[in-house]
Design a protein around this ligand. Structure first.
Ligand SMILES: Nc1ncnc2c1ncn2[C@@H]1O[C@H](COP(=O)(O)OP(=O)(O)OP(=O)(O)O)[C@@H](O)[C@H]1O
Ligand SMILES: [Mg+2]
Length: 459
């Protein structure tokens, strides 16, 4: 779990998301509270439930972006799902509990990667031996029975050492060559386990999509894993072997225990588009099933036990951060029980020209930086003057006001239009430099901005 302080979390988020200070502070506190809770007596710790959050705000103002960046910082299992993906239990589709199974899957992947890293040195040693076995056919197969088929390298001189029987000195010579990276590009054939499962498919049975993995996993214990001979480069073969060897060295039971603990104590679920399953009471019909999803959500958010293929997972302390535009529906249109489970509400504000200007310039991955880097690959150096950026920002705000407010996403359509000519011609313009100034922006965009009908379609 990340031990960043709220201030540090906010300043990390500041590097990518402009403004929205209140929302950043709120998620920062929620994250820090996980860390604080871990430091309490077990007895009190059990009592403290996470305070779930709803982020409200118009489209394109950074709700999902905050969640995405938070996920990177969190160093805890983090899963983002759209509430609209779920259907009420008993209907065709994914049931809400599947998000806990997915979160657990993420936890497992995370912990397994850490454990693999711990045994890396040993696994690499084993993998190197197996790689040499592959490269050097030994006259008597080893008891382990690795299969190997060296493929003759047509470019190599005919007196290749690997044709000779594998005595110790050639093996050492090969080891040397491999370590120097001289064999990387050569091809070998390697037998590896395939992902295709045991050929049993229960996909297509309504509501059983999630069971697919579990059943296959179960069957996998009875049927040997399918293996397949694949031709690949030596360096890729090595990576595959390291994976296989490290999986032999790590204890999957331990991985599961650590992962379950981590998911239960520090997992975060980001529930996007929550407003889309909220509905006003008075009209029935299709809304019945939305309400059903909300009801199904209740126990998961409140705390229940979900059966996953890695065992039971308790959801009591998983943090839920929900988001939605809440244009039509309001949080008060959610069923009352669910409202109560999201006590923290924060509103993200609409963005204007000033924010757009900052979005264009400040983030590490700002659009201007992205375009300059892209065109840089053609040898073209692209730069923007300050007044050009102001002009772009002002245009974005204006179009948002006149057409529809799509927030910062407007900058994408404008930049694309603005740079359409340069992007097309860049390949023939190597070595040149282009400076986008205010006149250029006006020149490229004026016609479209002035013509409201046109701007509706193009920007
Ligand atoms: N405050 C911001 N700072 C920097 N970039 C932003 C900001 N708001 C939005 N963006 C950029 O705009 C794009 C859309 O933002 P995001 O996906 O967060 O929208 P959203 O609020 O989740 O909207 P929706 O309700 O449509 O899901 C992203 O690429 C994001 O980088
Ligand atoms: Mg979003």
């Amino acid at each position: 779990m990340s031990s960043l302080t709220p201030r540090e979390i906010v300043s990390e988020l500041d590097r990518y998301v402009i403004g929205q200070g209140e929302a950043k502070r709120m998620v920062a506190i929620a994250m820090r509270n996980r860390w604080r809770r871990q430091r309490l007596d077990p007895e009190l710790r059990e009592e403290i439930a996470p305070k779930n959050i709803i982020m409200m705000g118009p489209t394109g103002v950074g709700k999902t972006e905050i969640a995405r960046r938070l996920a990177r910082l969190a160093k805890s299992p983090f899963h983002k799902v759209e509430a609209t993906k779920f259907t009420e239990v008993g209907y065709v589709g994914r049931d809400v509990e599947s998000m806990i199974r997915d979160l657990m899957e993420i936890g497992i992947t995370m912990v397994r990667a850490e454990e693999r890293e711990k045994v890396r040195v040993r696994a690499e040693k084993h993998a190197e031996e197996r790689l040499l076995d592959l490269l050097l056919p030994s006259p008597t197969p080893k008891p382990g029975g690795y299969s190997f088929t060296p493929i003759p390298d047509p470019a190599a001189p005919s007196a290749e050492p690997h044709i000779a029987s594998a005595n110790d000195s050639t093996r050492e010579k090969f080891r040397q060559l491999w370590r120097e990276g001289k064999l990387d590009e050569r091809m070998v054939e390697l037998e590896i386990a395939t992902q295709e499962g045991s050929g049993v498919s229960i996909m297509g049975i309504p509501g059983m999509e999630d069971m697919g993995g579990q059943v296959q996993d179960m069957l996998g214990r009875f049927f040997p894993q399918k293996k397949k001979l694949r031709k690949m480069k030596v360096k890729d073969a090595f990576d595959a072997l390291v994976q296989e060897e490290s999986d032999k060295l790590i204890d999957m039971d331990k991985v599961q225990d650590i992962a379950r603990e981590r998911v239960e104590q520090s997992g975060i679920i980001f529930l996007d588009e929550l407003d889309k399953i909220a509905s006003r009471q008075d009209h029935g019909g299709p809304d019945v099933s939305r309400e059903g999803v909300q009801r199904d959500l209740l126990p998961v958010v409140e705390g229940c036990v979900v059966n996953t293929k890695y065992g039971m997972v308790k959801t009591d302390h998983i943090l839920f951060i929900a988001a939605g535009a809440f244009h039509y529906a309001k949080p008060s249109d959610l069923i009352p029980e669910l409202q109560g489970r999201f006590p923290l509400r924060v509103e993200l504000s609409a963005l204007g020209a000033d924010e757009f200007y900052r979005i264009l310039t400040e983030p590490q991955n700002a659009l201007t930086v992205q375009y300059s880097a892209l065109l840089g690959t053609e040898g073209l150096s692209l730069s923007f003057t300050d007044d050009a950026l102001r002009e772009i920002a002002a245009t974005a705000q204006r179009i948002n006001e006149e057409a529809e407010n799509i927030g910062a996403r407007r900058l994408y359509t404008i930049m694309e239009k603005l740079l359409a000519t340069v992007s097309f011609e860049a390949s023939d313009m190597g070595g040149q430099s282009v400076t986008v100034d205010q006149d250029y922006v006006r020149g490229q965009l004026a016609d479209i901005v002035e013509n409201r009908d046109l701007s509706r379609y193009i920007l």
